[in-house]
Write a protein that binds this ligand. Sequence first.
Ligand code: KG4
Ligand code: ZN
Length: 339
Amino acid sequence: MAGMWILGIESSCDETGLALYHDRRGLVAHAVHSQIDLHQAYGGVVPELASRDHVRRIVPLYRQVLIEAGIVAGDIDAVAYTAGPGLAGALLVGAAFAESLAFSLGRPAIPVHHLEGHLLSPLLSADPPDYPFVALLVSGGHTQLMRVSAVGEYEILGETLDDAAGEAFDKTAKLLGLPYPGGPALAALAGQGRAGRLRLPRPMLNSGDLDFSFSGLKTAVLHAVNKGLDDTGRADLAAEFQEAVVDVLTAKSLTALRQTRLQRLVVAGGVGANRRLRERLDVELAQRKGRVFYPELALCTDNGAMIAFAGAQRLAAGRVAARAGHEIAVRPRWPLDTL
Ligand code: KG4
Ligand code: ZN
């Protein structure tokens, strides 16, 4: 079949993700290796271990997706990879592999912004949103509200002034003695507790803008933990923490929709997997005759599919910057609104 095959490579943090996207057939193959087991003993991601593990996994995963898609290397038309933001060493593994492969095949390599990958990932679902939409991007490193008018047209409406929502989940989980990765563990504990029995603040809920702040919440949790908690108390505190984060994310998303006069909300990034957040947004948007769009659950956390897709969208929109050669360069810090 004619059309284009885009290989996607993600290696910005603790997941190695490879995928093959075809512009007519859609997502045909994708494989992710998570490093959770590797970092668990350390309570968080150890950058050097992450880089080394990407080196070990990337070629086997690449072979795996080729076999799954039933194609050979020569069939690949372009190689998209995460060029930032993320851990420098981890990013370099994906960049070096992608640029070298593209060079050897005589095909273009497309550096992709990790958050653009998350942002566009709901468009990979069976029932994708139309542009324009408001995007709530909630990952481990970022919390942003954006107005998205087209591929590459992102206006930041608000963002966190300190910790990201996922980071707050992770740090709070640590305070409660939960294992890495903290977000899902905290959400599970919250399911056993009741919000409201212990009270936590809703930072910046009424700040009048679309910015967030989550570091104070973590401090409030620390005070509660220091007073001493039994198992019920821990679960109640987890539930209250989750409710506080969800309250703020929901309220600000609704304000962003009102301000932009839009009715479609896209939620992307790891925290978008949170069940309570989804419940609340679904109810609130339904009441306003709006709609929330999520990526497939498997594509909420880091993966190569979203990178392949973002690369394909950029190619289709003619938004791939011309490059002289195959320089291997990454951008550990890279503001999305400079794209
Ligand atoms: O998007 P992502 O996979 O990686 C980054 O680009 O950062 O997001 C990871 C973040 C972590 O902070 C993790 O704790 C959080 O997403 N997370 C969750 C849940 N699943 C993952 N937070 C709350 N509830 C969840 N169910
Ligand atoms: Zn991510």
